[in-house]
Design a protein around this ligand. Sequence first.
Ligand SMILES: NC(=O)C1=CN([C@@H]2O[C@H](COP(=O)(O)OP(=O)(O)OC[C@H]3O[C@@H](n4cnc5c(N)ncnc54)[C@H](OP(=O)(O)O)[C@@H]3O)[C@@H](O)[C@H]2O)C=CC1
Ligand SMILES: CC(C)=CCC[C@@H](C)[C@H]1CC[C@H]2C3=C(CC[C@]12C)[C@@]1(C)CCC(=O)[C@@H](C)[C@@H]1CC3
Length: 332
Amino acid sequence: MRKVVVVTGANSGIGLALCERLLSKDDQIRLCLACRNLQRAENARMALASSHPSADISVVQIDVGSVKSVLQGAKELKERYKRIDHLYLNAGIMPNPRICFKAFITGLFSRNVISMFATGEGLLTQEDKVTEDGLQEVFETNVFGHYILIKEIEPLLCNVHNPSQVIWTSSSNARRSAFSLTDYQHSQGQESYSSSKYATDLLSVALNKHYNKQGMYSSVVCPGLVMTNLTYGILPPFFWMFIMPIMWLIRLFTNSFTISPYNGAEALLWLFSRKTESLDSRAKYHSCTSGLGNNYVQSYKMDVDEESSDVLYRKLLDLEKQIRKKITPENK
Ligand SMILES: NC(=O)C1=CN([C@@H]2O[C@H](COP(=O)(O)OP(=O)(O)OC[C@H]3O[C@@H](n4cnc5c(N)ncnc54)[C@H](OP(=O)(O)O)[C@@H]3O)[C@@H](O)[C@H]2O)C=CC1
Ligand SMILES: CC(C)=CCC[C@@H](C)[C@H]1CC[C@H]2C3=C(CC[C@]12C)[C@@]1(C)CCC(=O)[C@@H](C)[C@@H]1CC3
C-alpha cells in the first residue's frame, strides 16, 4: 500500500526540503502539502513535481493559525484519504524576533557559549498578538492548530494494525522556564516561541500516553539552526551572509549548526523509516551536521514530566471545547 504523508508548512524551508527528501527516498508515497497560501503551495508542488514527475503530490489549504481553516482542511483530508501514515506538524512562526546583544556578548565569554549557540537560550524575544480565535498567535500556530488537526483526523491516524506517526518540528529552544501551565499560551512574557516549543514537547508526551494503544505515535524533532525565512527574520539577510564563514567555523564545535534545510530535515526523514515500537516518547530527535558536513541523528531526553504533560493536555481539551462552541454555536 502506498503511504500517505501530510506535511504542514511544506512550501518553504525545512518542510519543503523534507518533501524533496521524502520523494527522493520513496517516490511511491502520496504526498500532501498542507499550506496556508495556495499560490505558494502550488509553486512548491510544481517544483517537487519537476524533479519527481511520476509522484502523487497534492495540496490542501490549512492555516494552522485559524481553527475554521483547520476544520475545513481536515474535512478535505478525510474526503481524500482513508488513512494517513505520517503527519508532519512542521508549520511554525517566530514573529518580530529581537536579539538581545548584551546577552549574546556576555554568553560569548561564558562557559555556556556552545550551548548558547545550540539553543539560542536567552538571546531572543518575540512580540506576539491575538488571533481571530482569541488565542495567542504563536501558541495557536505552533501548537493548538496542529492539536485540532490531529483531533479532527483522528480516525485517519488511529489504526492498531497499521500504526501512524505524528512528527512535530520542535526546537532545542524549547525551555521549561519560558513556559508556565498557568499561562500556557504565553500571553504575559516575551518568549512565546520557546514556550510554544516546550508546550509541543509536553503535548507529544501526552499524545503518546493517550493514543499509543490506538495506533498513533508522536515524536519531536529539532532540526538545528537552519537558514530559512524564519531565521532570516532574526537578523538582516546581508548580516547572515557576512557571518556565514563564522557559522561554518562554529560547526566545528557544535553539531547543531545544520544550516541548510536539507541537513535540517535529517531527523524528520530518519523518523519516516523507523518502526513505531522503537520510538522513545520522551526523546527529542536532533538533526546534526558534523564539521565535515556529515549528517546524522542524535536523541536526547527531554526535560518534561508526566504530570505537567497531563495538566497541559487537560487544559487543551478544555480549550478545544470552548473554541468549538464559539465556532459552531449550534453544537451547544
Ligand atoms: N529554522 C530554524 O533554525 C529552526 C526551525 N524550527 C522549526 O521548523 C519549522 C519550519 O520552519 P522553517 O522551515 O525554519 O521556516 P519557514 O518560515 O521557511 O517555514 C515555515 C513554514 O510554516 C508555514 N506557516 C507559518 N504559519 C503558518 C500557518 N498559520 N498555517 C500554515 N502554515 C504556516 C509557512 O508558510 P508561509 O510560507 O505561508 O509563511 C512555511 O511554509 C517551524 O516549526 C520552526 O519553528 C525549529 C528549530 C530551528
Ligand atoms: C552565529 C553568530 C556569530 C551570530 C548569530 C547569533 C544569534 C543570532 C544566533 C546564535 C544561536 C542561534 C539560534 C537560533 C536563532 C539565531 C541564534 C540565536 C534559534 C533560536 C532559531 C530557532 C530555533 O528553533 C533554534 C533551534 C535556534 C537555536 C540557535
